[in-house]
Design a protein around this ligand. Structure first.
Ligand SMILES: [Zn+2]
Ligand SMILES: [Zn+2]
Length: 346
């Protein structure tokens, strides 16, 4: 049987069902796994996604020809059956399950399995072929408990308050910032202050019914407000910008899986790193691959150098690399903001 999903220069293509998944160049019909810029592009005739993804795509891509499925709802395209299942990555993120003549392929998009109050939890979808990301596919990446990282974050805000400083946290503006805010619900005495570029995305999540710590745009406060002891969330690109001068005395930190590696913290030149990622760590990636029962694994983006031999030699799976254009949104944003993040050696 030919491969059910193949790589083309426009995106992943299912010929039997005549549709694409996370296409990056214009096509007639694409499924979209989630709203990050490397997975959701303009120019498609038809967009298919889960209902929960709608407000994010409408925000990022504007008015388009959208079609929505519920999680788990099955739809026929030719004699191919497609359904979307929670990926646990950000609000509205989905894995795409494609079934044709009894063979099942699953494309995860980006995914994680750690607790996240802002989206539906990841669902293991049994399959024959599993297409997954490999963003943090090195054994050094082992996420600490998210609740302990949030405790550390709250302690840091308290310490900054005692020192008369602002606690400035860099977090990616779609997904990460909202997840941190959700975990902070009820934990801080004053509303979290947001950089202007954070405001719209946070509102999209609130409108979708996600509960988060109260927040307020920093610019709404009078110029002479004493900001000591306040937590401010800004995108990584705000570092070294004119905007931060307004904060006067501050400490800055970053929330990202990349912060697990000391060299990244140093290169990033922040006081602190909080290891909070919306991707799976190494162990969870391996255990998830095993849980799907897949005999064949295609790794789309990230660090496949160690993963592929590991899957072949230790788990006896067929494993290959699939060269897509997808990247790590945090990594991309870090790279854009004048510091290059290098993947560390295993
Ligand atoms: Zn993503
Ligand atoms: Zn991705």
């Amino acid at each position: 049987m030919p491969d059910l999903i193949t790589l083309t220069d426009r995106g992943l293509f299912c010929q039997a069902g005549n549709f694409y998944i996370d296409a990056w160049k214009p096509v007639h019909r694409t499924f979209v796994t989630h709203g990050h810029a490397d997975h959701a592009h303009t120019g498609m005739d038809e967009y298919w996604c889960v209902q929960e993804c709608a407000p994010i795509l409408q925000w990022r891509l504007g008015a388009q020809n959208y079609h929505f499925l519920q999680y788990g709802e099955q739809r026929k395209f030719g004699d191919v059956t497609v359904s979307l299942h929670p990926a646990g990555h950000i609000l509205g993120s989905a894995q795409v399950r494609v079934e044709h003549q009894g063979e099942v392929w699953v494309f995860t998009g980006d995914f994680k399995r750690d607790p996240d109050p802002t989206c539906a939890p990841y669902e293991v979808v049994p399959c024959d072929v599993f297409i997954c990301e490999a963003t943090f596919a090195f054994p050094i990446y082992a996420w600490p408990n998210i609740y302990l990282e949030i405790d550390r974050l709250v302690q840091w805000v308290d310490m900054c308050a005692q020192d008369g400083k602002v606690a400035l946290l860099y977090a990616y503006s779609l997904g990460k910032a909202q997840r941190v805010l959700a975990h902070l619900t009820g934990r801080l005495a004053q509303p979290v202050l947001l950089h202007g570029s954070m405001v719209r995305g946070v509102q999209v999540y609130r409108d979708a019914g996600v509960s988060m710590a109260s927040s307020q745009p920093l610019l709404e406060l009078p110029e002479d407000t004493n900001l000591a002891g306040r937590l401010v969330i800004a995108p990584p690109s705000a570092q070294n910008s004119a905007w931060v001068k307004r904060l006067k005395a501050y400490e800055h930190a970053m929330a990202s899986g990349w912060m697990q590696v000391r060299g990244n913290r140093r290169r990033r030149n922040v006081h602190r790193g909080f290891v909070i990622s919306d991707h799976v760590d190494w162990r969870t990636l391996i255990s998830t691959i095993q849980a799907t029962g897949a005999r064949r694994v295609l790794a789309t983006h990230g660090n496949t150098d160690l993963l592929i031999p590991y899957l072949r030699d230790n788990l006896g799976l067929h494993a290959e690399r699939l060269l897509t254009v997808y990247g790590d949104e945090e990594g991309q944003e870090l790279a854009e903001s004048n510091v290059v993040v290098e993947a560390p050696a295993p």
